[in-house]
Write a protein that binds this ligand. Sequence first.
Ligand code: DGJ
Length: 655
Amino acid sequence: ALKTILENGSRSMDLRYQRHEIRPGGLVPEGLPYVRDQGTDSVQTLTVWLSDPAARLSVKLYYSVFEEKDVIVRAAELVNEGEKEITVEKAASASVDLPYGHWDLLHFHGKHCMERQMERVPLVRGVISAGSARGMSSHHQNPFVILADRETGENAGDCYGFMMVYSGNHNMEAEADQTGSVRIVAGIHEAGFSWRLGPGETFFTPEVILSFSGEGLNGLSWNYHRLIRENVCPARFRDVRRPVLINNWEATYFHFDTRKILRLAEQARDLGIEMLVLDDGWFGRRNDDNAGLGDWYVNEEKLPGGLKYLAEEIKKLGLKFGLWFEPEMVNEDSELYRNHPDWALKDPDRAPVMMRNQLVLDMSRQDVQDYLFDSMHAILESAPIDYVKWDFNRSVANVYSALLPQDRQGETPHRFILGTYALLERITAAHPEVMIEGCAGGGGRFDAGMLFYCPQIWCSDNTDCIARLKIQKGTSYGYPVSTMGSHVSASPNHQTGRRTPLAARGITAMSGTFGYELDLERLTEEEKETVRAQIREFHRYYWLIQKGRYYRLDRPETADYFTAWEFVSEDGLEALVSLVVTDVRANPEFPFIRLQGLREDVLYRAEGTDLLISGAALMYGGYTLPAQTGDYPAVQIHFTADTQDAAARPAQSGQ
Ligand code: DGJ
């Protein structure tokens, strides 16, 4: 978990227990996101002091126990107590030993347009690791892994979760050793990392959220869902309805002007949509992805009258207004780059690696952070803006800062992330009412670190609902649906070319923050009616979806036939089941599901039927749907309790 080099070249470290202390409350690490102790959980923190007198290094291990939530948050703090410098080459957040067991590792890998694909592999003797050295938490491996007993399924069995509260390079290592014991080490990736710890200086690792469930993977997911919603995301957005939005990206891409956007807003309003988000292309000379990034002033050729006029016109329609930024990036073809070429990360003697024609700004620099704060602040002050989409469209390469000395370059990746957090902190402090949606070429930075500032994150640039089922399902192992940005887009889909019915697109997007992202002008009158009905349904089930307990209902034997999931109200008296058939069959078996989380002795009615079925029958006997045919048929079934007792209690969607 720890690698150090002392000034004399020694790489040995022998940390021994000194003392410990237990005090009430959680941790508030400076400059890093963290799991918030809201005062409503009886949190206690255990601190264990270790030290190596020869190295004069102390390590404080923090364990914040959120007992009611079945969570322990772990972090470590290194303190150089000597007079000599210590070079830290690795400082993990947690190292957890399990002395027994046959475990599988579940990790969430992917790529652009296919994030968080769950893969389950048995541990082998040796080390398996899931990490990212891309300067961001990445599309490629999410900073979340699960250790599950070989027998563990969705609803039974033991499993442990490990989730970083961090958005940069990370590594989750799982090692099964010769004695059969298992060790998980989770923390900042050691690739490219080193930190010079001067006399008296401290280094704080990011937090890692540890949890356990003896009730299978659905139980573990619930622990994380609850904690992220209540203790990680900003509290001020927790209990407010988020608006159903229209985003213009897949409707117009870069080709828009004020007239087109206002037309889209009018149509959106007529359908019941509540916010318009203006995506990439409103600033500088940004007419395609070759130029303009970094120049955060409005392009008046496209938007005469500026953002103020546009936003005010949109407000007159009764809609909220949101705006896209990509703060950490710069195009070579921009005023910003021409004036400050040294503000981009790049090696002194090497042509920089380009991705999407752009470079990454050196967020470790105060002047870069100040420039970004000032320009974003000015824009947010200039017009009534309710929401920001904060994008990040490439990985970080050439991680070399022009300001840091040669022997401190290994600090750049972590300082980069600290700089990003500092900017987010300033923007959210200056504009607490503006909700930020995170984004990174889709879901390339979907992590608890970003969720600390942004209560929702765009899940993927792949808006094909059938591909989305897998992406959102993979995401659901660690993150609640209230954080998953998901939209209905056009058919055929722009990424895959697949044709899907509006019902399947609506049901899939509804299990998220919900919005639309397509040219509304192209909808038929019938489709418009369907959209209106979808929005009504979403409002009806809003709290059930956002706060209800979520269950994946698939079983291995039906996984290639359909995807099904369920939301259950806290009191267990109301449930919403969604099911999308992904492989339609001739002479098919009837889709069959077993509900979860109901009350055994309560009778439930499936909306539109007269039949009363007990919770026990629905959970253990199951529920069979009629045969489904056609292109990707999708259904939503609402179950409500039908007892005197139940009627007396408020159901969640009625809030
Ligand atoms: C990537 C995002 O994921 C998209 O939604 C869109 O905002 C584009 N960037 C714009 O460049």
